[in-house]
Ligand binder design. Structure first.
Ligand SMILES: Cc1cc2nc3c(=O)[nH]c(=O)nc-3n(C[C@H](O)[C@H](O)[C@H](O)COP(=O)(O)OP(=O)(O)OC[C@H]3O[C@@H](n4cnc5c(N)ncnc54)[C@H](O)[C@@H]3O)c2cc1C
Length: 198
């Protein structure tokens, strides 16, 4: 789609004239920063060891030394060895949530805990543009409209209730055919900032 991607490069400067990384400047009047989200401050509240702002947890997603406190999803740093941690994606959050539910119910019932949490990677889906997505499940790789349809169906299936599915499907159809986005922009620096609908 005409986008050049450069990986393994750390941005060191963004200014009115462009962006600098690896000592190289790319001149531009417009720079769009999409480098991730800030972890929840919950780790600081707990006063426990953190990994890049995320709370380190054990094999049952429980905070070491804090029995009864579980952390799942984006806020949890779940070690998978070699100093690597599970990614902050929905699959991880959902599977960890289910696991912790089982741990708590077995603990309350006085049963032994279930086996340690193991993440099952079902694959990756990402939307790249209108009517265009990429899919990677095991050895299957696909890009284009069919992957886009799969992405949409999968996301609707995993929404919590039929009402949500209808609402989201309706919003998507509206955006798709009208070309108008429902997303909101945050304007201005820090603190309480006005949100505008474009
Ligand atoms: C733009 C974007 C696109 C993404 N796309 C994908 C994707 O395509 N596929 C994928 O797998 N993952 C995607 N993710 C990541 C995915 O959304 C997260 O990994 C997942 O939602 C994590 O679930 P969670 O329950 O840990 O946190 P969240 O879903 O963030 O839920 C945390 C909830 O806690 C609430 N909360 C926060 N602080 C407080 C407080 N103090 N008191 C009460 N409530 C509070 C928040 O409002 C929120 O509702 C995307 C994330 C972003 C930001």
């Amino acid at each position: 789609m005409g986008v050049e991607i450069r990986t393994g490069a750390r941005v060191t400067q963004v200014d009115a004239h462009g962006v600098v990384f690896n000592g190289e400047r790319i001149p531009s009047r417009t720079v769009i920063w999409t480098a991730g989200v800030t972890p929840s401050p919950v780790g600081k509240w707990l006063g426990v060891p953190l990994e890049k702002g995320r709370v380190k947890v054990d094999s049952h997603c429980e905070v070491p030394g804090q029995p009864g406190i579980f952390v799942v999803g984006d806020t949890a740093a779940f070690d998978i060895g070699n100093n690597k941690f599970l990614p902050g994606v929905a699959q991880v959050a959902m599977q960890q949530g289910k696991h912790v539910g089982r741990v708590i119910s077995s603990r309350l019932a006085g049963y032994p805990p279930p086996p340690a949490f193991r993440y099952f990677d079902k694959g990756n889906l990402a939307v790249i543009g209108k009517k265009f997505a990429v899919l990677e499940v095991g050895k299957l790789r696909m890009a284009g409209r069919v992957a886009f349809m799969v992405w949409a169906v999968v996301h609707l299936i995993f929404l919590g209730s039929p009402g949500n599915r209808f609402r989201v499907a309706g919003q998507w159809l509206w955006s798709f055919f009208s070309g108008q986005r429902g997303s909101r922009l945050i304007m201005g620096p820090g603190g309480s900032v006005p949100l505008i609908d474009p």
